[in-house]
Write a protein that binds this ligand. Structure first.
Ligand code: ADP
Ligand code: ADP
Length: 221
């Protein structure tokens, strides 16, 4: 069963930059896929097209069988809820606690306080931050902040998790910890797509890898 499908995707930005060129890719449900490639090769663009932050210049993207271009309004926001996103720079709200940063997603979706509490505890435990719920982001290490952002991405139980250079600002041990959590999430059925320019991280893993070079995609072993 195919979860994500890119069909003949072209992405040219308005300044003329060709970020993706005739890209075809299928990601199976439950897969853990690494997207590698040097800086500027199109990795972020690939994820942005998936979570709807950019639109393709040409071609078609299907998520769980649905053509992204055909989704508007409510149906588009419903689909976005089915895709969790983790960024290199965490994007946490500075004056909110860990608990609030993660709960915010559920508040915005109209969950009750009781339901939020019911979901928050196991989610924070999953990323090892159950004791940091009342901390503010600036009181946490980089690795911990990234784990908050993972908690925020998964608290709504999306079937797809996208991580854009999630280890880009982390040292070796914290990077390993983040990968371990992403693999644990994958093992409970979440489809994970992670971009990284860290060849070492990719070599250590036995997951499928695709590589971008100047906007073109190559399938590795
Ligand atoms: P990566 O994530 O691999 O570093 P990106 O997807 O960010 O690569 O960028 C791919 C190419 O598209 C680069 O040449 C970059 O300069 C260009 N690009 C990315 N975002 C924009 C944008 N918003 N406007 C114009 N060009 C962009
Ligand atoms: P790392 O070396 O992984 O970046 P740190 O040395 O920054 O980790 O943090 C180690 C521990 O100290 C973490 O558990 C973090 O939550 C805590 N910590 C770091 N900075 C502060 C701070 N300003 N206030 C309270 N706790 C902090």
């Amino acid at each position: 069963r195919i979860m994500v499908r890119f069909h003949n995707i072209q992405k040219t930005y308005s300044n003329g930059a060709k970020a993706l060129i005739n890209l075809n890719l299928q990601v199976k449900r439950g897969e853990f896929l690494f997207v590698t490639g040097p800086s500027g090769s199109g990795k972020s663009t690939l994820l942005k097209l998936l979570y709807g932050a950019e639109k393709p210049t040409d071609g078609k993207i299907l998520v769980d069988g649905t053509d992204l271009a055909k989704l508007k309004g409510d149906r588009l926001s419903l689909l976005r809820r089915r895709i969790g996103v983790v960024f290199q720079d965490y994007k946490l709200i500075p004056r909110r606690t860990v608990y609030e940063n993660v709960a915010f997603v559920l508040w915005a979706q109209g969950y009750t306080r009781k339901e939020i509490r019911r979901r928050l505890i196991p989610t924070l435990r999953m990323v090892g931050l159950q004791d940091k719920a009342e901390c503010f982001p600036e009181q946490l290490s980089g690795g911990e902040q990234q784990r908050v952002s993972i908690a925020r991405a998964i608290v709504g139980t999306p079937p797809i998790l996208l991580a854009d250079e999630p280890t880009g600002n982390l040292d070796y041990d914290n990077s390993q910890q983040v990968i371990k959590i992403l693999k644990k999430l994958n093992s409970i059925g979440i489809t994970v797509i992670i971009t990284t320019h860290d060849e070492h991280l990719v070599r250590m893993s036995d997951n499928p890898v695709v590589q971008l070079r100047e906007g073109r995609l190559f399938h590795m072993l």
